[in-house]
Design a binder for this molecule. Sequence first.
Ligand SMILES: Nc1ncnc2c1ncn2[C@@H]1O[C@H](COP(=O)(O)OP(=O)(O)OP(=O)(O)O)[C@@H](O)[C@H]1O
Ligand SMILES: [Mg+2]
Length: 410
Amino acid sequence: MVDKIRMKTLLVISGGAEAVPGIKRAKAMGLHVVVSDMNPAAPGFEFADDHLIASTYDLEQTVAVARDYHINRCKLDGVICMAADVPLTVAAVADALGLPGLSLEAAHLAADKLLMKQRFLRDGIAIPWFSAVQSLAQLQQIVNERGARLIIKPVDSRGARGVLLLNEDVDLGWAYEHARSQSPTSRVMVEQYLPGPQVSSETVMVDGIGYTSGFSDRNYEYLERFSPYVIENGGEQPSSLSNEHQQEIIALAEQAGRSMGIMNGIAKGDMVMTADGPKVIEIAARLSGGWFSSDQIPLATGVDLVGAAIQLALGEKPDIEVLLPKYHKGVAIRYFLPQPGVVKAIHYVDEYAAKPWVHRLGFFVEPGEQIGTMSDHTKRAGFVITIGNDRTEALARADEVINNIVIEMQ
Ligand SMILES: Nc1ncnc2c1ncn2[C@@H]1O[C@H](COP(=O)(O)OP(=O)(O)OP(=O)(O)O)[C@@H](O)[C@H]1O
Ligand SMILES: [Mg+2]
């Protein structure tokens, strides 16, 4: 008699709304899916076979509940995070339970922007000039030597929290303290500001070879409006960059992923096409959030990036054919970035949600809630993802939604 084949079990770290498509994908792949999240009402739990209560940011707690599950309930075969920037939690679980996936070393580099840049410097990966900043006096000295056009940022935060583009009018003492306040370890760094088109890339690394299906132009039209905060107002595909420039960026993303030791996994890049060629701002060792990996890339290219990431997390190799873009359709995302205040009502949502070309329309605030100063990406009020035959059509549709939906303030 043939032994019954055991279904593989995947731990997904985060059950947030943006993780739901990935959790569903894992289920559709025939996996037994366990989701961990601190929130007992996490939307992803509904689609999982089992759930574990643990904060995605708490390594020890997540390792403890995962180990207990692995030993006492069902053997885990892989671990992945979805729509959560927690590479250290993923790597800690993989290391503790002997699972394939992200190494602790790669996760440490991904979680510390200074360590990452030092690694890139060592390996000759094109990056902006950078330095740790240990005091206001040191920041002042750097500005004196290099000019004010610098980015100051926390070494270990996310969502653009504490990221500031300095200029002569920005008070350096305030900027230093603001960036520092957003770092869990109170550490700050500065980088030369890289002028040029910004791109989000998302690369599947298989045995150290990169397959880049995610390639989106990022929109920073409001740098002045929200100065000194650096707020991204969306992105669109396919890219408007020349094929040659796209290939240069893709080659750099692959090198950078390898430099971090991401041989089998995801390398998600924040890249800039400068006049001196492409440069890396950072590489995340995880699937992107903001519906990019789960929705925008599959819509634009037909590539099942999340499915490939799940296979890699289980120690399997995805079929290379599956990683190659099948087409290039127009997909755009734009954000609602209202003035600070208390929301009274949001009008015309149903009308636009019903449009066949609106893929997703969502809000992070409800009537009665306060919208703060647009200081980082967590302050955005909502978003729309639209599709079109090409970039221009998708973009025009996204703008139409943003311009016609009214967020009425009290
Ligand atoms: N040196 C730089 N030159 C130009 N732009 C930069 C630079 N550093 C950061 N930025 C801009 O600020 C954004 C946020 O910076 P960074 O990625 O370092 O912070 P983060 O908190 O990880 O943000 P996110 O989670 O959005 O990636 C970048 O995606 C980029 O658009
Ligand atoms: Mg980043």
